[in-house]
Design a protein around this ligand. Sequence first.
Ligand SMILES: Nc1ncnc2c1ncn2[C@@H]1O[C@H](COP(=O)(O)OP(=O)(O)OP(=O)(O)O)[C@@H](O)[C@H]1O
Ligand SMILES: [Mg+2]
Length: 444
Amino acid sequence: MISSLRGRLFIGLTAIIVLTGAIGVMFVYEWAFGEAIELQDSVLSQLASVAQTGRFSGGQLRGVDKDTDVRLIELGKMPHGSADDRQLFGLKDGLQIGTRNGQPIRVLLHTRSDGSRFAIAQPTAVRDDTARDMAFRTLLPIAALIPCLMLVTALVVAYSLRPMVRLAGDLDARRADELTPLPLAGTPSELHPFINSINGLLTRIRLLMDQQRRFVADAAHELRTPITALSLQAENLDSVSLPDIARDRLAALRQGMRRIQHLLEQLLALARHEAPLVERCEMPLTALDGAAKEVVADLLPYALDRGIDLGFQLVEPLVVRAEPVMLSTMVRNLLDNALRVTPRAGHIDVGVYREGEAAVLQIEDSGPGIASPDLERIFEPFFRGSHPQGEGSGLGLSIVKRVVERLGGSMTLENVDGATRSGLRVTVRLSLAAAPSKEVNRVA
Ligand SMILES: Nc1ncnc2c1ncn2[C@@H]1O[C@H](COP(=O)(O)OP(=O)(O)OP(=O)(O)O)[C@@H](O)[C@H]1O
Ligand SMILES: [Mg+2]
């Protein structure tokens, strides 16, 4: 059973063409064969009328193709000669079937005005050969037409199914979170019910995702206040004199609180950047170099504290369309990761530069990099790799990925494994916006 619609249509239509062609060929052959026989009969009649004038003498007719084997047989006024001649003499005037030398012949008998008779004869086998040949030639155009029709059928089938293939391609090319309805315009009406069903499904998925996002955001938001209150309470305990063992436990408690607070912040950021904010073209113009400088300045004391050389290798003034918070969230999460994995006295190089029409942000650290098997799953929420370092919620890269997608950019993670350096190189490419500098948002 053929599963492809294109295959089924092609085979079905080809079968119809071949069947119709075969029936047509049979009829045409029969018809052309009969016509060729009639044509040869009329040639015999014409030769007879010429022979009547006495321009031909017995035997092979002059001027007539030898291959046709047409002969003039003079029979005289009375039956005489061979048994074949006498038998021919016994036949009536007109077109008849006779035999000569044991072979069937087509013969036209005629009696002249003086009473002498003659016959124009041609072996039936030669006539049939000629008729078959002529009939075959008539079939050639039809036979040539069948493969042409099959080709045209294949093209028409492929052309007619193109909208379906295009639709599938469009759906495949969509980002996982792109849930805008498929357009009906430009598609054949047969596909409309199908497209409407897909659009209905997309709407339901969008609603479900919105609900889920709101739930996560609301839960994180609701939890933030009591957790902040608990943290304050824990901090208040600091000023109280406590036995050493209680102080150790308080430190563990405060550490746990910080972890929960960080998780809530990351969850809120994920929910915020997942929600379709404004369209990219409506976002303000923001300086990427400014956002990077601001985050680097923020994290510099922490880097210095750990003896890490954090700085810019290259920084060019570049403007992109983005909410300022999106850019700082992106840079902060990437630098936060780099700082967490880079060992003491290591270095982190930041680059903001132009590459064609793209604004590139590159962060390269001297940490251990990410194991190849982990690279595939590294953007999954809560996935922290097979050797997670320090504390974290596993949401940072998911947030960065959402931000980059929202900005219509791309992001690559590659392990640098050279003789002099190793680590992870993260490259984010965003489309550059040409803008008058006074409209540009400087991240303060
Ligand atoms: N620069 C890096 N070098 C090596 N491993 C990295 C780097 N950046 C991320 N990773 C690995 O990817 C994991 C996921 O990173 P991600 O930023 O998503 O989460 P996290 O840093 O663990 O938590 P969060 O960012 O939410 O606090 C990290 O736990 C770490 O194992
Ligand atoms: Mg992180």
